[in-house]
Design a protein around this ligand. Structure first.
Ligand SMILES: [Zn+2]
Length: 411
């Protein structure tokens, strides 16, 4: 199998074509889940799957599966490849689409070569990975893995008031199959890194061995509004200042810890939000991530203790609301080693790494051995029209996916 390679021109051509579907009036790429442009993107992907002579199945949450079975392997659990084709607003063309189209490319390549795998090979495009219009993100794969009841997901109301189930009906992608219909033997997701590490180190292939845990909290600090000119500094209960102390506390701690912990305060608002009034209320979010569950719990506890101390010192009251929590995921070691071995055989350097972002693979890992392959992102940029991966890296990544799939499907 080592001499077999994917059709680079076909893969790169489709990636560009799909990237032109769902452009708004300003030329921005916007394919939010369940929208008209999502339908157009799905239609293109389904047409390409069918043109490869592969059957298409859509489940009740709108996940699309292209399943290549032969008469000899039809009863075996498939090797599943895939990702998502929904996007953020003003997106790049690679995030998600690269994994879906490469999965199809692998199937077409194996099929055309007359390869007779012991297992079916399937490609999936999971619904609403980005979570821009409907929360939570990674919804299609979460439902697929049994982590969210399909009825509950279909009843989700979008940011524009539209219900997901009705939108899937409207665009023709409310399938009839139960999301649990296809149980994979293994899952491999090829994706752009969305970070700067591979490019900076000049390594073309990331063998992703784990994915960070994520903790999201919303913190509200209540102090007392008062006159900015007449209230002495010693007599203030300044919610804004207390919030600022949390921001610097988190940054200093994460920077000095010499661990992979990252901490971010991305949203903050003050009340009454006036130039001459001491803030009576500050509301902000905390995003904590770490690949180690124990350490993530420790960081959460350290923050909680700091908030208690701060409330006493600043004479404010502090309340915390948990918004989201995902434990870190460890991917399947055997598949990670296959990625490294395939890279070696093709003369490509690879590097074990942690995914800093969430992906469908973290959901599928609940039900099947899973792993991810990363390729470099120029300047580490994603969720942005400047998102870019050089063609040679895209082709190299797809060839590694081909080799790993061929090995897994032979077992
Ligand atoms: Zn993605």
């Amino acid at each position: 199998m080592t001499t077999l390679s994917i059709n680079a021109e076909r893969l790169l051509g489709r990636l560009c074509d799909l990237g032109q579907i769902g452009r708004d009036g300003d030329g921005r790429l916007v394919r939010l889940a369940g929208s008209d442009s999502d339908k157009a993107g799905r239609d293109a992907v389904v047409a390409w799957i069918r043109s490869a002579g592969v059957e298409v199945t859509v489940d009740r949450i709108g996940n699309i599966f292209g399943i290549w079975r032969t008469a000899d392997n039809a009863d075996e659990a498939p090797i599943l490849l895939g990702s998502h084709i929904d996007t953020v607003i003003d997106a790049g063309i690679y995030d998600g689409c690269y994994g879906v189209l490469s999965g199809l490319e692998v199937i077409e390549t194996l099929k055309a070569a007359g390869y007779a795998p012991a297992r079916p090979v399937a490609v999936a495009a999971f619904t609403n990975e980005e979570g821009v219009r409907y929360a939570p993100d990674m919804m299609g794969s979460l439902v697929y893995a049994g982590g969210l009841p399909v009825e509950e997901a279909l009843a989700t109301v979008g940011t524009d008031g539209a219900v997901l189930g009705a939108e899937l009906e409207r665009i023709g992608y409310a399938g009839s199959e139960e999301p649990s219909l296809i149980r994979p033997h293994a899952y491999v997701e090829l994706h752009i890194e969305q970070g700067p590490v591979l490019e900076r180190e000049g390594v073309p292939i990331g063998a992703v061995e784990n994915l960070q845990g994520i903790s999201w909290q919303r913190i509200t600090i209540k102090g007392e509004a008062n006159h900015a000119g007449t209230t002495p500094m010693s007599m203030r209960r300044d919610a804004g200042h207390a919030a600022a102390r949390v921001v610097t506390f988190l940054r200093d701690r994460a920077r000095n810890a010499n661990t992979p912990t990252v901490a971010t305060v991305g949203c903050m608002s003050f009340e009454p939000n006036a130039i001459n009034v001491i803030p009576s209320r500050a509301t902000f979010t905390v995003d904590l991530r770490d690949p180690d569950e124990q350490r993530l719990q420790t960081e959460e506890a350290v923050l909680a203790a700091y908030l208690e101390e701060l409330a006493a010192a600043e004479e404010v009251t502090i309340s915390v609301e948990r918004l989201a929590r995902f434990e870190p995921v460890t991917f399947d070691r055997g598949i990670v080693e296959l990625v490294e071995e395939a890279s070696r055989k093709r003369g490509l350097a690879s590097k074990r790494m942690t995914s800093g972002a969430g992906h469908d693979a973290q959901m599928i890992a609940r039900i099947a051995p899973s792993a991810m392959i990363f390729v470099p992102s120029l300047d580490g940029i994603s969720h942005n029209p400047r998102e870019h991966t050089p063609d040679a890296d895209l082709v190299a990544g797809a060839n590694i996916l081909l080799d790993v799939t061929a090995t897994l499907a032979a077992r």
